[in-house]
Design a binder for this molecule. Structure first.
Ligand code: FE
Length: 339
């Protein structure tokens, strides 16, 4: 074989290989794998609806967010996962830091998700909104006595405050947002005040914390709204009130459950379609019904149960701050003796 002939053959083989590599696998496969740190019951209704609408099967692999991110890192380019869903901007930010997400430029997502509820670098997008606000025992405190997260550090609340553990990302995000708003020194003062006011050791979860408030172990505590929704659905007679924090100042702390495309997923176009669908009104209405959270898409109304809590002013800060200041928040809480 002459040299030009050999070269032509080699080039032909390379061209063929490139064709095979660039073949769009999304349609050939018709199945997407989602790693979800949300339990199956909270994602399945949306996935079932998507399969019904498009014929695309979705396999959900559920686990804790840390385990899923470790798995994505270990699997690298071999990962079967196309999408990662997890709660809290702090976790989403961490996943982006760990390099397991892929930025996407999506006008549909930019239109559906408010700018402060998605990653400025477009690696993740909020899908549902939850507020972390104040809950009080209606026999022990009046709404008129409550005002803000900052106020719970005042001596008036000595021995009357219940909190969940500082190990939970929800509290790390809340403190990160306080740092973002007030600076580190003032935020530390607030957290020290909380610790001084604790009625008892921090709780392992929001529900137990709310039950302690209802039982009168403390007058007030901080929790995510959907835990209150779930608890009151089961026990509507509990003497537990919801109070929207910081309405005359920066607004109540909100956070998201969100999702991003995996860095090494093999079907980015199909995964993007699913993510865009999850932010669309059809899916957002389903989200609104499963967990007492609010749709991230402002075109969709929250469920009647959530609307019954009343409207509120939310903090306009970008939730990415919860991630950016997470390590600072953890160190601050440790210094302040918040366990
Ligand atoms: Fe939760």
């Amino acid at each position: 074989m002459s040299r030009p002939q050999a070269l032509r053959r080699t080039l032909g083989a390379v061209a063929l290989a490139l064709c095979v590599l660039s073949a769009e696998p999304a349609l050939a496969n018709e199945k997407l794998v989602v790693y979800s740190a949300r339990i199956e019951a909270l994602v399945k209704p949306m996935f079932d609806a998507y399969t019904k609408e498009t014929g695309v099967e979705i396999q959900a692999v559920t686990d804790k967010e840390g385990a899923l991110v470790e798995r994505l890192k270990a699997e690298g380019t071999n990962t079967p996962a196309d999408l990662l869903i997890t709660t809290d901007a702090g976790n989403l930010w961490q996943a982006a830091q760990d390099g397991v997400l892929r930025p996407i430029d999506s006008p549909a997502l930019a239109a559906a998700v408010p700018a402060n509820l998605r990653d400025p670098d477009q690696q993740w997008f909020g899908l549902t909104v939850r507020a972390r606000t104040l809950f009080f025992n209606t026999n022990m405190a009046k709404a008129a006595e409550l005002s803000s997260y900052e106020d719970l550090a005042q001596p008036a609340w000595r021995g009357k405050l219940c909190l969940r553990s500082s190990k939970k990302v929800y509290n790390q995000s809340l403190v990160a947002m306080l740092i973002s708003e007030h600076g580190e020194a003032r935020a530390e003062e607030i957290v020290r005040g909380w610790v001084a006011n604790l009625a008892t050791e921090p709780f392992a979860d929001d529900t137990r914390m709310l039950e302690a408030v209802a039982a009168g172990q403390c007058a007030v505590g901080i929790a995510n709204t959907y835990y209150y929704g779930r608890l009151m659905e089961k026990k509507p007679d509990l003497p537990l009130g919801l109070f929207w924090a910081n309405q005359s100042t920066g607004g109540v702390h909100i956070n998201v459950t969100g999702a991003g495309l995996t860095r090494h997923g093999k079907q980015p176009a199909a995964a993007q379609k699913l993510l865009e669908w999850l932010a669309s009104p059809r899916a957002q209405n389903l989200f609104a019904d499963v967990n007492f959270e609010s749709p991230v898409n402002p075109a969709v109304a929250p469920s009647a149960a959530v609307q019954a809590w009343g409207s509120f002013k939310a903090s306009p800060l970008n939730v990415v701050e919860a991630g950016r200041l997470q390590a600072t928040a953890v160190r601050l809480m440790d210094r302040a003796g918040y366990r």
